[in-house]
Write a protein of this length. Sequence first.
Length: 114
Amino acid sequence: QVQFVESGGGWVQPGGSLRLSCQASGSISNIHVIGWYREPPGKQRELIALFRNDQSTGLADSIKGRFTISRDNSKNTASLQMNSLKPEDTAVYYCNGVPARGGWGQGTQVTVSS
């Protein structure tokens, strides 16, 4: 079962940028859809971005125009470029297949505040 390790989070002021990375423990080539999820404080985890093996993507309305998802099957990685960050983007961010499979990684905390 492939496991995922997320990194790249931190504290940033509103309007700032962060790039999150996700490293899989094995091949992701057979995972048709890779997704980024986030869990805001006191709320449920939600899928916000996905990248299919056919290169098509899907983004939640709340992040369209600000976030970009990518994946590199040769490196077993996925990334989430986050620009124009807002306080409501504060959350723990995770990557996993879509639908999610196996256990979740520890995630990476993103805090957006002034």
